[in-house]
Design a binder for this molecule. Structure first.
Ligand SMILES: Cc1cc2nc3c(=O)[nH]c(=O)nc-3n(C[C@H](O)[C@H](O)[C@H](O)COP(=O)(O)OP(=O)(O)OC[C@H]3O[C@@H](n4cnc5c(N)ncnc54)[C@H](O)[C@@H]3O)c2cc1C
Length: 392
């Protein structure tokens, strides 16, 4: 059986990893000119970690993790206003990693070819296969086409229609970039430090090579990116003090940073015949939910698991994969939406309430409560198959 996967992110790579071990011939096409570097830190846990364990990745994840010991909220002068120490269950179960390091770990163990600077240009399918036109002018005929190409998925657009039907914009834009600064990097140490004013949030964490990652999350009614991202950040954050006067002038050009609108993707179907979506392309939960990479890996594993059981006709497997994932995704999306005002409060009252909650979480036992509210009980996605009453 042959599969073409569009997108070499965590979902696409994880699916390729499993399919090739199940005897599939897999080819990946990726829009970027080379393996994607740069990015942002993710907290990785729950069902994705269960999949990573099954892939033997735990030792590497443990080596790659950043030991974030505290989340600190600071004021304009950089003084701590509240915070929570990452101890106990949170420290044991949550792995803070760079997205690229996790993707690299999966990539290093893959044999399937990745064709860069290439995407899907057109799709035609019948009962026995899919003919895919690629942007490099070649044509592939495969048993399965997978759209693992993120929230703005091209495969979704070709198979299901315009993205506006499926994107739920959460009213925020996110920018992340890194800069070299040994002094600031040392000063931040193992803390994640963050400053919030109504509608604007910024955070900083140190990376291994004496660099610093800066994250900017801002309220914006218009989801379109600003014409000049660096100028817009300076305009909005330039007067807020803390380390911002030092780091804003060093914002790189748009092609060297990560910028996107914050979206969730909501769909009632994830496949059309032999075309299927995986990861953010069909189930993006947003950074507010904090489980996107974990669910992307879980989705890739569940899809491979159903295909493994299906034999030669994958279409029923694609429906069962969606049925297995749908509730966990919907629950996580709901959780994500409820978390927006905690992570990026839009009023001063909300900021005060958040600081109060953080002080409570800092009390003995608070870390366990926080872990309970943040860590999903989603590992049964991997271990449990629902009964087949739906008849799919
Ligand atoms: C700031 C931030 C913080 C986050 N924090 C967390 C967290 O703490 N925990 C967590 O679990 N998740 C977190 N997430 C979410 C997580 O990163 C995503 O859910 C996850 O990376 C989705 O993986 P994916 O492979 O589905 O999509 P992506 O990572 O978007 O990968 C898609 C791939 O497809 C490629 N592509 C796109 N379009 C095309 C095209 N037309 N043709 C070919 N290739 C294409 C892209 O270049 C990319 O390589 C965070 C996200 C952000 C932005």
């Amino acid at each position: 059986m042959k599969a073409l996967i569009c997108g070499a992110g965590i979902a696409g790579l994880t699916l390729a990893w499993h399919l090739e071990r199940d005897g599939w011939e897999v080819k990946i096409v990726e829009r970027a000119p080379r393996f994607r570097k740069g990015g942002y830190m993710i907290d990785f846990y729950g069902p994705g970690m269960e999949v990573a364990d099954r892939m033997g990745l735990r030792p590497r994840i443990v080596r790659m993790r950043y030991p974030i010991t505290e989340i600190e909220y600071v004021d304009h002068a950089g003084r701590k206003t509240s915070g929570v120490r990452i101890t106990g269950e949170l420290a044991e179960q949550v792995f803070s990693l760079m997205r690229e390091d996790l993707a690299q770990a999966v990539h290093d163990d893959l044999r399937s070819p990745i064709v860069y600077e290439t995407s899907v240009a057109g799709i035609e399918q019948n009962a026995s296969g899919v003919t895919v036109q690629l942007t490099d002018g070649t044509v592939e005929t495969v048993d399965l086409l997978v759209g693992a190409d993120g929230t703005h998925s091209r495969v979704r657009e070709l198979a299901f229609g315009p993205k506006e039907r499926y994107l739920r914009y959460l009213g925020r834009q996110i920018t992340v970039y890194t800069l070299r600064d040994e002094r600031l990097s040392r000063e931040i140490g193992t803390r994640y430090r963050t400053l919030t004013v109504p509608g604007l949030m910024t955070g900083a964490y140190a990376l291994r090579d004496d660099s610093l990652a800066m994250l900017f999350l801002r309220r914006a009614s218009d989801p379109r990116p600003p014409a000049d991202i660096a100028a817009e950040l300076t305009r909005q954050y330039g007067h807020l003090g803390w380390i911002l006067p030092e780091v804003l002038p060093r914002c790189p050009p748009a092609d060297q940073l990560y910028h996107d609108q914050v979206n969730q993707v909501e769909m009632t179907e994830w496949s059309r015949g032999r075309v299927v979506l995986v990861g953010d392309a069909c189930q993006a939960v947003s950074l507010f939910a904090g489980h996107g990479a974990s669910l992307a890996m879980a989705g890739a594993w569940v899809l491979a698991d159903e295909l493994r059981r299906a034999g030669d006709d994958p279409t029923g497997a694609l429906l069962r994969y969606h049925a297995r994932m749908a509730k966990a995704v919907a629950d996580t999306q709901r959780f994500g939406r409820s978390f927006i005002e905690w992570m990026a409060p839009s009023t001063r009252r909300r900021i005060v309430a958040r600081d109060l909650l953080m002080r409570l979480a800092a009390l003995p036992g608070g870390s366990r409560l926080l872990a309970g509210s943040l860590i999903p009980a989603g590992t049964d996605l991997i271990t449990k198959r629902p009964d087949n009453r739906a008849g799919v």
